[in-house]
Design a protein around this ligand. Structure first.
Ligand SMILES: Cc1cc2nc3c(=O)[nH]c(=O)nc-3n(C[C@H](O)[C@H](O)[C@H](O)COP(=O)(O)OP(=O)(O)OC[C@H]3O[C@@H](n4cnc5c(N)ncnc54)[C@H](O)[C@@H]3O)c2cc1C
Length: 398
């Protein structure tokens, strides 16, 4: 793709480039800089840092590679043929990106027995669906899915690939990016196209949500991002819409897969799935003990809500990680979010502050959660939560 070299006759061995390289790709040999091409990201940091103009980065080659790249790809995450909600959000956003680039919108479906399910991807806007369907791909395994996706990228050379920032997407996308030696921006909250250079402008919160960072991947392709569920708007489906189906023939002998799925154990959930819930009741460290989550579960059941948690409660082992809301957990935007014994740290707010109505129950009147809530109750949750549950149940009975 790109070429970079050191002009030995110009290099004086000052080592400015060694310090400038963010990838540790430059070392000194016999008083002259040498570049490890396996590590080099062709970012050009060394070129601009070299006072002697001794490093040559060939941009024409990059342009060729960039011109060859076409298509916006969405990873169509699924389980047993049911596509994750985030896929339809990515197709909605992907449509805008594809239109801005004048490229097709494509979905990549990897799994088994998907033939009867992929039509929905066309209905939600995909022009092309790449389908890898094989018993070996039935369950998500990083090695296998990475191998298939990378193979597809090498064959069809997309400009942009986007993934849901789910556990699967967060595991898969970095592996693919590393294999393709391209950049990846995780947890984007905004994507747009800068048309002149066909750049994907990726926006994401940084430093605990205190600033918004804008990131682009100028020299490598594809441009890759993960996007948090519930951040982008779902595409509008067009029933009966069709597109081109491209089948990928898997050769299992080419896959170096190090894991086997022995059993798939479903987590028993009594209440509604967090990301799809209209109402969420969350508990934090204020609960004081894992057994006290029963107060949260009782209220959630009464309200027909899902159960969420702060990271403090998850880290204490009181509730599984799948319930965590926040920067390193799930992003949710329900109609009603009830925070019980949660202080309202910025990392927690990052995952729930876009809820329509926030109800906070906390005994500390100065807790930061009161700054973002719609309704606040200053009081002991062990009194307030059971009383609220009782009132709701009474109202339902009545
Ligand atoms: C990189 C990074 C990522 C992070 N990601 C996340 C994330 O995804 N999600 C997340 O939640 N956090 C995250 N955190 C942690 C975050 O900074 C806070 O530590 C965490 O949110 C605190 O959880 P908490 O509010 O339950 O606990 P605390 O901050 O300890 O708050 C407990 C609250 O309970 C109240 N309380 C105590 N007893 C009662 C009672 N009887 N009745 C009523 N109120 C009571 C207290 O007044 C207090 O306000 C992250 C931190 C970092 C550094």
């Amino acid at each position: 793709m790109a070429e970079i070299s050191v002009k030995r006759e110009e290099c004086v061995g000052c080592e400015a480039c060694v310090a400038a390289c963010p990838f540790g790709a430059i070392a000194m040999e016999d008083g002259c800089a040498t570049i490890d091409l396996d590590r080099c990201n062709f970012c050009g940091a060394c070129v601009s840092e070299c006072p002697y103009e001794a490093i040559l980065l060939v941009k024409e080659e990059k342009q060729e590679a960039r011109q060859a790249a076409r298509g916006v790809w969405v990873f169509a995450e699924q389980r047993e043929g049911a596509f994750s909600t985030v896929v339809f959000e990515l197709l909605g956003e992907g449509r805008k990106l594809a239109d801005a680039l004048g490229d097709p919108l494509c979905a990549v479906a990897i799994g088994h027995r998907l033939q009867d399910h992929v039509h929905i991807l066309f209905e939600y806007g995909a022009d092309v669906v790449y389908l890898a369907d094989h018993p070996e791909l039935e369950h998500f395994r990083d090695d296998a899915y990475t191998c298939v996706f990378v193979d597809l990228v090498n064959q069809y050379r997309p400009e942009v690939c986007i993934f849901g920032a789910t556990s699967t997407g967060r595991s898969l996308a970095p592996r693919i990016a590393a294999r393709l030696k391209t950049g990846l921006t995780a947890d984007c909250t905004g994507l747009e196209i800068q048309k002149e250079e066909r750049l994907l402008i990726q926006t994401r919160p940084a430093f605990g949500g205190n600033i918004m960072a804008t990131i682009h991947c100028r020299y490598r392709r594809p441009q890759m991002a993960t996007v948090r569920p519930r951040v982008m708007k779902k595409a509008e489906p067009v029933p009966g819409r069709r597109g081109e189906l491209v089948r990928y023939e898997l050769d299992p002998s080419r896959m170096a897969v190090r894991t086997r799925v022995l059993q798939f154990v479903r987590e028993e959930v009594e209440t509604v799935n967090l990301e799809d819930a209209d109402i969420i009741v969350s508990g934090g460290r204020g609960l004081g003990d894992p057994k006290n989550f029963k107060y949260i579960q009782d209220l959630a059941r009464a309200m027909g809500a899902a159960v969420g948690a702060s990271r403090a409660a998850v880290d204490a082992g009181w509730i599984p990680y799948s319930h965590q809301v926040g920067q390193t957990g799930k992003t949710v935007s329900p109609k009603v979010y009830v925070a019980c014994g949660i202080s309202g740290a910025i990392q927690h707010l990052a995952g729930m502050s876009s809820s329509d109505i926030i109800v906070a129950i906390n005994r500390d009147p100065d807790a930061p959660i009161f700054k973002v809530c719609t309704y606040g109750v200053v009081g002991d949750l062990f009194q307030v939560v059971p009383a609220l549950t009782e009132e709701i149940n009474k109202a339902k009975r009545g």
